[in-house]
Ligand binder design. Structure first.
Ligand SMILES: Nc1ncnc2c1ncn2[C@@H]1O[C@H](COP(=O)(O)OP(=O)(O)OP(=O)(O)O)[C@@H](O)[C@H]1O
Ligand SMILES: [Mg+2]
Length: 277
C-alpha cells in the first residue's frame, strides 16, 4: 500500500538557527492512502505546524517529508495537484464573488479546459450538496455552506488526500454534521482524509487517530484503540472530554466496566450507567 504522508526524522523550530530546542523534535509519521485520520491535541500542541510542514508552508530544519512518495521540497507543484488543504475560517480561503467562480479559480490556475471545468463544478457541488446554489453570491451563504464551498473548491483537481485544519470549529452542531457527512462521502470515494479537530466525538468517523502533545506525537493508532485509551488513561482525562467519555471514564474507574464499543451511542452509555447507580 502506498503511503499518503511520510515524515522521517523531522525537526522544526519557529526560531531561526535554533538547532538546540526544536519545537517538533524528530517526528516520524506514516499515513496510509486509505486513512481517515483525526489529528488531535491541546491548543499549541503543534497540529497546525505539522500541517504547514506537510504543505511546505513552513520548512523543516531537518528530516524528510513526502506526500505520495514525492518530496515536498522538490515537487511542490505536483503535490498541490494531489493534496488539498482546507482552513478553519472559510473567509481565509474564498477568493471569488460567486460560488462557481470560486470553484473555477484553482482549475484556471491549472489551465483546465472550460468544458471540463463546467462538468467538474457540477460534480463537486453535488458532493457537498450545494448544486442549487451554483450561481449564488458567496456572501449569501451561511457559515456551514461557506465551509462546504471551500471543500468543493479543494476537490476540483480530484485530490488523493484532503487535509482540513479545524473545519468544523466555527460551526453549530447541525452544520458540523453536514460537513462530516460530506467528508465521509469523499473518503468513501477513495480520498485519504486528515482532519484536525477539538471535537473528540468526530473520531467516530475516522479509522485512525494521531494525538499531539507539546510538539510530539504521543499516540498513533486506530480510533478504537484511542477510544479505549481515553476511557482508561488518567492522562487523557485532563482533556476537555465530551459527556459520553466522562461517563465512560467514571464507569471504568469506579466499576471496571468498559463501554468502548457503544461510546458514541448515548442511549447505550446511559443504559450501562443506570445498571450501576
Ligand atoms: N508563525 C509562528 N511563529 C512563532 N511561533 C508560532 C507560529 N505559529 C505557531 N507558533 C507556536 O507554535 C506552537 C504550536 O502552534 P500550532 O498552531 O501548531 O498549534 P495547534 O496545535 O494547531 O493549536 P490550536 O489547537 O490552538 O490551533 C505554539 O506554541 C504557537 O505559539
Ligand atoms: Mg491549529
Amino acid at each position: 500500500m502506498s503511503k499518503a504522508v511520510e515524515f522521517k526524522n523531522v525537526c522544526f523550530s519557529y526560531i531561526q538557527n535554533d538547532d538546540e530546542n526544536y519545537f517538533l523534535n524528530n517526528i516520524n509519521l506514516s499515513i496510509d492512502e486509505n486513512s481517515y485520520l483525526a489529528l488531535l491535541g491541546k491548543n499549541g500542541s503543534g497540529k497546525s505546524t505539522l500541517i504547514k510542514l506537510m504543505f511546505g508552508i513552513e520548512k523543516a530544519n531537518k528530516g524528510e517529508i513526502k506526500i505520495f512518495d514525492m518530496n515536498i521540497n522538490e515537487k511542490a507543484y505536483e503535490i498541490y495537484k494531489i493534496a488539498s488543504l482546507v482552513f478553519q475560517n472559510p473567509d481565509d480561503q474564498i477568493v471569488a464573488d460567486t460560488i462557481e467562480l470560486d470553484i473555477a479559480f484553482t482549475m484556471e490556475n491549472y489551465s483546465i479546459p472550460s468544458k471540463e471545468m463546467h462538468k467538474r463544478i457540477d460534480e463537486v457541488l453535488e458532493i457537498v450538496e450545494l448544486s442549487n446554489k451554483r450561481k449564488d453570491k458567496v456572501h449569501s451563504l451561511s457559515g456551514g455552506e461557506k465551509q462546504r464551498l471551500c471543500i468543493a473548491s479543494s476537490l476540483v483537481l480530484n485530490p488523493k488526500i484532503l487535509v482540513l485544519d479545524e473545519p468544523t470549529s466555527m460551526l453549530d452542531a447541525e452544520n458540523r454534521m453536514k460537513v462530516i457527512e460530506v467528508l465521509k462521502k469523499i473518503h468513501s470515494m477513495g480520498t485519504a482524509i486528515i482532519i484536525v479537530t477539538h471535537h473528540i466525538n468526530e473520531i467516530e468517523h475516522c479509522n485512525e487517530v494521531v494525538f499531539m502533545d507539546n510538539g510530539s506525537i504521543s499516540f498513533k493508532g486506530s480510533s478504537d484503540e484511542f477510544v479505549r485509551a481515553l476511557i482508561k488513561n488518567d492522562e487523557f482525562h485532563k482533556l476537555n472530554m465530551p459527556i459520553n467519555f466522562k461517563l465512560a471514564y467514571e464507569l471504568y474507574k469506579n466499576k471496571n466496566v468498559l463501554i468502548d464499543k457503544d461510546i458514541f451511542n448515548y442511549k447505550k452509555v446511559c443504559e450501562s450507567l443506570w445498571k450501576y447507580v
